[in-house]
Design a protein around this ligand. Structure first.
Ligand code: KG4
Ligand code: ZN
Length: 350
């Protein structure tokens, strides 16, 4: 029997061990997840240090790093979970969005594992994966809830109506919030990855520089975001000050940018909570690791009967566990791919 026929007769069980494989950017991540909620193993091998001197991720370097790391990450995950490949019920892999060459390493590797074991291959959206990290953070979490998605490629406030059905209330019309952090980091002479370095510097500064309010006179959704103008305002502030021979306080710039970029996420998410009547708010994506944002959200929900789910920082940035968690949901639906699965640079937000 060929692979496609074998998988079409596959017996899906609620009790399932899923391997989650993530290689969309500079993390080679492999995790093993039981029933979508329990992390049995979680390996991350990052090539971040190899990109620092270039100021951002170099796709070819990332792809090559994945090819050398993926086997080790997988072997370590199996060893730490005390399992063999045959104990895995399905292989979930990020099919997109991300860097094509990088994604292809994970997709090809997952195909090989699925073919060799005769188990399903489950394609997973990286975006849905980020949101699913909340199911690992709170084992009792069930939709409906509102999720703030804040990563290097996406910014949105989403109503998660059920495990599969999302409604996007607002999203960015230009740069993503993480991208803005990375660009502002570069203006301030900070190394890649920009987000954590801006956060560190912001701790030494004050929010005292007036930056423009986002989307003045904008006709689209009141929940949309725009980070391109904010980034330009920071560039102009720095250049104009230097032209006038004035010293800039980089820590104040970082702190002012950080509040301008993140306060609006909190405000809009709370409005969506109000409109939907949902009582739970979760946060996902690399920017969700930001301490200022986490604190601001914690304060914002106080005395409001809103439950806040903050995944551990490790599960906000890219990881394999989130792909295993979302992979489990897709597995239950029988959303299996055959060996023609290809990587996708872009996937729809939903
Ligand atoms: O989710 P992620 O790991 O990858 C994407 O799917 O994009 O997010 C990476 C983004 C980068 O832009 C990075 O600068 C940002 O998340 N980031 C942060 C922090 N940690 C990571 N931004 C602000 N504060 C942080 N602590
Ligand atoms: Zn990501």
């Amino acid at each position: 029997m060929n692979y496609k026929d074998k998988i079409s007769n596959f017996n899906i069980s609620n009790d399932a061990v899923i391997m989650g494989i993530e290689t969309s950017c500079d993390e080679t991540a492999v995790a093993i997840i039981k029933n979508g909620r329990e992390i049995l193993a979680d390996e991350i091998i990052s090539s971040a240090t190899e990109h620092v001197r270039f100021g951002g991720v170099v796709p070819e370097i990332a792809s090559r790093a994945h090819t050398t790391a993926i086997l080790t990450a997988t072997q370590n995950a199996l060893k730490n979970a005390n399992l063999t490949l045959n104990d895995v019920d399905a292989f979930a892999v990020t099919e997109g969005a991300g860097l094509l060459g990088a994604l292809l390493v994970g997709v090809s590797f997952a195909k090989a594992l699925a073919f060799a074991t005769g188990k399903p291959l489950v394609p997973v959206s990286h975006i849905r994966g980020h949101i699913a990290a909340s199911y690992l953070a709170d084992k009792d979490l069930k939709p409906p809830f509102v999720s703030i998605l804040a990563s290097g490629g996406h910014t949105a406030v989403i109503a998660v109506k059920d495990y599969y059905d999302f409604e996007i209330y607002g999203s960015t019309i230009d740069d993503a919030v993480g991208e803005a952090f990375d660009k502002v980091a570069r203006i301030l002479g900070l190394n890649y990855p920009g987000g954590p370095n801006v956060e560190r510097l912001a701790k030494e500064g004050k929010n005292c520089i007036a930056l423009p309010k986002m989307l003045k006179n904008y006709k689209g959704s009141e929940f949309d975001f725009s980070y391109s103008g904010l980034k330009t305002a920071v560039i102009n502030y720095v250049h104009n000050s230097l032209d006038r021979g004035q010293q800039i306080n980089k820590a104040d710039v970082a702190a002012s940018f950080q509040s301008a970029a993140l306060d609006v996420l909190v405000e809009k998410a709370l409005k969506v909570i109000k409109i939907t009547g949902y009582d739970t708010l979760t946060i996902s994506g690399g920017v969700a690791a930001n301490g200022y944002l986490r604190e601001k959200l914690t304060k914002a929900v106080q005395n409001k009967n809103i439950k806040l789910v903050l995944p551990e920082k490790r599960y906000c940035t890219d990881n394999g566990a989130m792909i295993g968690a979302e992979g489990y949901l897709q597995y239950l639906k029988g959303n299996f791919a055959d060996l023609s699965l290809n990587a996708k640079a872009v996937v729809a937000l939903k």
